[in-house]
Write a protein of this length. Structure first.
Length: 349
């Protein structure tokens, strides 16, 4: 079987998470996130995020988390602003649009939304002579790290959040690969900053060591009426997990003792080592690797030799008329596997 770099969610759970599920497997818990595990997980999230209050929600995957949370924070019929690379615009099969929210994109070369570009776009929309006949914006969407593996600094997050506040729109942060952002050497935006400079976000699990699941966070103090309303909303959207405790138990383990960041560091370290090796061997990179993803331009001779050595580098997307390849690394990459890949790259030249 070929070693593929197609994704960081093509393997089960990290050992610590798997053990936590096994240990609780024969314990009975209340359903629909009314259990003691979920309450303990909520306390830990509040502590890590330095929030006075918030609600947490277990989701099965990122598309589900984005759709439910964005639909909740975005008023009916209002649009969502995102970059041209945004997952909700490109790779979620129109899930958000299906809920009645147009996605307005801003061009980006590095996957990041620039606060100045955001302000210009919002100003243009709000001052359009046809305002009222066009889609107004209700929220903004970004990812940390971005779809291209780049990172928002603490200042950049604050600048975007401030612009959103000025125009009275909400900010949602997709954290599908958040572990790889938190574990990155160049990162200065910790979990507490994601929480401080957003209205909703989710902490990724599927790509970050969990067996399955994502953990959504909505800031603010909720009344019982609001809680029941959101519960029925999730139920009607097929996003209310009966066994929510299986997701929250995993995050209880992941967010304890620095495990989440350690998982991210492993993938980031592997990507940086391999990125440097590719550059040494004159492989053209689309951009430098900041987290666990490497984007490179095709070198058919090298790729064919790598495939014969047991490694497959899949296509990712067509950018500026060029088919960009992508290599994604996860928490399973250790020194031995990194060394094996480096040798294969060097022998392929």
């Amino acid at each position: 079987m070929l070693n593929t770099f197609a994704s960081d969610y093509n393997i089960g759970a990290c050992p610590e998470v798997f053990k936590s599920i096994r240990d609780m497997n024969f314990t009975k818990f209340d359903a629909y996130q009314t259990d003691s595990i979920s309450e303990e997980c909520k306390r830990l999230v509040l502590e890590k995020c330095k929030l006075d209050d918030a609600e947490i929600f277990a989701f099965s995957g990122g598309t589900q988390a984005n759709s439910v949370l964005l639909d909740f924070i975005t008023p009916p019929r209002k649009a969502i602003i995102a970059t041209s690379f945004s997952h909700i615009s490109v790779h979620e099969a129109g899930a958000v649009e299906a809920l009645g929210h147009k996605i307005i994109t801003i061009q980006s070369k590095d996957g990041k939304l620039d606060a100045n570009d955001l302000e210009k776009k919002l100003s243009c929309i709000r001052n359009d002579v046809n305002f009222g006949h066009t889609s107004d914006v209700g929220s903004c969407f970004i990812t940390q790290p971005t779809e291209l593996g780049t990172l928002y600094s603490k200042k950049e997050l604050k600048d975007i959040y401030d612009v959103c506040g000025k125009y009275r729109i909400s900010l949602h942060v997709d954290g599908a690969r958040l572990a790889y952002a938190l574990g990155a050497d160049d990162n200065d935006a910790e979990l507490e900053h994601i929480a401080k400079f957003s209205d909703s976000f989710y902490i990724g699990g599927n790509k970050c060591g969990a067996l399955f699941g994502e953990l959504g966070v909505l800031k603010g103090k909720w009344t019982n009426s609001q809680k029941y309303d959101f519960l029925s909303r999730r139920k009607s959207m097929g996003a209310l997990l009966a066994k929510s405790f299986l997701v929250t138990a995993q995050f209880l383990e992941l967010l304890s003792n620095g495990l989440y960041e350690q998982i991210g560091k492993k993938g980031d370290y592997a990507a940086k080592k391999i990125s440097k090796c590719l550059e040494r061997n004159n492989v053209e990179l689309y951009m430098s690797a900041m987290t666990n993803q490497i984007f490179l331009l095709p070198d058919d001779n090298m790729l064919k030799r790598l495939e014969r050595a047991g490694y497959q580098v899949p296509d990712w997307d067509n950018i500026d008329g060029k088919m960009v390849k992508r290599m994604v690394f996860d928490w399973t990459w250790g020194e031995e596997s990194i060394k094996g890949l480096i040798e294969a790259i060097e022998n392929a030249r």
